[in-house]
Write a protein that binds this ligand. Structure first.
Ligand SMILES: [Zn+2]
Ligand SMILES: [Zn+2]
Length: 346
């Protein structure tokens, strides 16, 4: 099969012929229907520092963890429950299924598990990919592969908003209008926030959030972001999300928040940062960090999509096929106004 392979860290991906994946006893093989490009992959494809707090990519890896597709092969022990032709999305890991983490739906912490985009578990920037049957979630007929590929980023947003302990009527500020910021805006709306203000240095990015749940956007070029945010939100924000993840962005969230506010850090900052703890201390802020999701979040998102309760169409700005994929991936490393770019076969 063909796949977009990392040949060398920091170099563009290359389309290569690699062996088709084979199912283990409890695995499924999917023909990939859609796979979104994730900012994490952009970061990881360039990271050469083993001290960033997360893993490094190996040459030969295939990335892509936001996907959906059709089952074309079923491992022997998965046969009672799965059939060729089933349409699924899947978690980006295969866990042991037995340990405490796996039982809690958090197999990314499983000591015996494998995570996607490793040599052991290639991702879905490819024609086919292997998933664990336990980690697969069936898509209702009404949910397209494209929507199925959005389940993962939607689950990231859901997990972040859960950590914010949002209450109906809340005043929210979201810093950063990338795909994560947009899904956070969507869930804040879903759970009844009254004011959802979005700030991004690229004005068109911030404006896109209005189609996904934001109620107002900050004009960063006009300066004094905290005053604008407080004005647009009807008061200083009680919940602030850092969906940027660059050195300094957490400090901004601290500076913009009201006393006793909730701050949730979702952006993946790949460098050391410096902040002023007393500014958070005197406000008695509650700061939490949100990483991925639990298996039940995937199931919730799939269920809501199936019922037509989430309008996610504005999340996807572009689609590419596999041949054009490496160029599209490289282009996203430069400033852009794209939201989610989807790998989709025609
Ligand atoms: Zn992702
Ligand atoms: Zn486990």
């Amino acid at each position: 099969m063909k796949a977009a392979v990392i040949q060398e860290i920091g170099s563009p991906l290359a389309i290569e012929d690699i062996p088709d994946p084979e199912p283990g006893l409890t695995d499924l093989i999917l023909k990939v229907g859609a796979c979104g490009i994730c900012g994490t992959d952009l970061h990881m494809s360039e990271n050469t520092d083993p001290n960033v707090g997360w893993r490094m990519m190996q040459p030969g890896c295939v990335m892509g963890h936001e996907f959906a597709g059709e089952v074309v092969e079923v491992g022997r022990e998965a046969k009672p429950h799965w059939h060729t032709g089933d349409r699924v999305t899947a978690l980006p890991w295969i866990g042991c299924g037995e340990c405490e983490w796996c039982k809690a739906g958090r197999g990314y912490r499983c000591a015996k598990g494998i995570n996607r985009a490793s040599l052991a578990l290639p991702g879905a920037y490819a024609d086919y990919c292997r998933v664990g049957a336990r980690e697969a979630i069936r898509l209702p007929d009404s949910v397209s592969f494209r929507e199925g590929a959005l389940v993962e980023p939607l689950a990231v947003g859901l997990n972040a908003v859960r950590k914010a302990r949002l209450v109906p009527g809340d005043r929210v500020l979201i810093i950063g209008a990338g795909p994560v910021g947009l899904t956070v805006a969507m869930w804040c709306r879903f759970f009844g926030a009254q004011h959802i203000v979005v700030s991004d240095l690229v004005p068109t990015r911030a404006e896109q959030s209005l189609a996904l749940g934001a109620t107002a956007v900050v004009d960063t070029s006009a300066g004094d972001v905290p005053a604008q945010a407080a004005d647009l939100a009807g008061g200083t924000p009680r919940v602030v999300f850092d969906c940027v993840g660059v050195p300094g962005s957490l400090q901004l969230a601290i500076d913009y928040a009201s006393p006793d506010a909730q701050i949730v850090v979702v952006g993946l900052c790949m460098a050391g940062d410096h902040l002023f703890p007393t500014k958070a201390l005197v406000k008695e802020l509650d700061i939490s960090f949100a990483f991925v999701y639990r298996q039940e979040d995937f199931a919730t998102v799939v269920h809501l999509l199936g019922e037509g309760r989430l309008d996610v169409a504005p999340m996807v700005s572009d689609k590419v096929d596999l041949a054009a994929f490496p160029d599209a991936f490289e282009a996203l490393k430069n400033p852009n106004t794209q939201i989610k770019v989807m790998l989709e076969a025609d």
